[in-house]
Write a protein that binds this ligand. Sequence first.
Ligand code: SAH
Length: 353
Amino acid sequence: MRHLLDLSTADLESWLESQGEPRYRAAQVRKWLYERRAGEFGEMSDLPKRLRSTLETEFQLWTSEVAATHRAADGTEKLVLTLHDGHRIECVLLRDGIRRTICISTQVGCAMGCVFCASGLDGVVRNLSTGEILEQMLRLSRLLPTDERLSHIVVMGMGEPLANLKNLLPALALATAPTGLGISARRITISTVGLPEAIRRLAAENVPYHLAVSLHAPDDVLRNRLVPVNASIGVAAILAAADEFFAATGRRVTFEYVLLADLNDGPEQARQLVKLLAGRPSLLNVIPFNPVAGLPYRTPSDEAIAQFRRILESGGINVMFRQRKGDKINAACGQLRRSLPPPPTVTPVASHG
Ligand code: SAH
């Protein structure tokens, strides 16, 4: 059976036509999914009964199952989803004032190999489909009361989004469409390890989303250690691509920097960062490491963080120190998935997406 969420609007319209139904039914289906948060075709009461039952026999609305739900005291909720092939992914709803932000995954696992990240410890298995990305959004929106709406999306879950733009961009197009989730494109952030070619593609296509680049180190020697994929890329090429993105879109790039005790949190790195980012219209987002079971890295002390911050601020860098949310429920990338017992049926996959 096909995943309904994998169909583009045009696909859905032509399927409806093949059923002898008017094309406007596609808009009705969308409204049920994105606005009314329907859980099954049977709820779509303004569709003819016969159409509802054909939809039911031809399409799956949900292809995943919720393997676990965790809720933290701060309102953060995290879902672990088991996909049709038994693999697991994670997605998160964060409540912050009036913001309702979701963090979504784009791949099963990750190939980038960042040494401190739980998502990539077992490598990448495959890309998520457009439907699987949309399904995360819809499942998370269904956690909200009817008078609340999703306001922001961060593509910061498992996987490297720029390695799966083919499936991500159509999903984001529906997230922003007025007939979809209606989320403003300016409230969507794609976070990347820093793949220059793909960043330049986003710049050339002038995608309306915000870009965040996970920097984590000011020079190649250190970055190669923390982000192994850097060995074939290099900080200079990433910054050049980020500059191009800003020049093309006028949207300043966020650089993310996970602070790891005694590795990249010293005054020397802070001074190097000042040199690197001075004069670049950007924002540096510093995130204290969220401990991952089995990994030897540590969160820096409050004093080390404060010193790091002082150097950046007095260097005139536009810097934000992010608060950790949901860390009691392992909300950092890929952590919760690893804390569960293995799923009963995982189909081994040979090719990497
Ligand atoms: N692959 C993309 C997006 C997923 S990771 C990227 O690299 O940006 C999203 C962010 O979470 C990245 O900045 C990543 O470095 C960070 N992150 C991963 N593990 C973390 C941990 N244990 N503590 C804090 N941040 C972490």
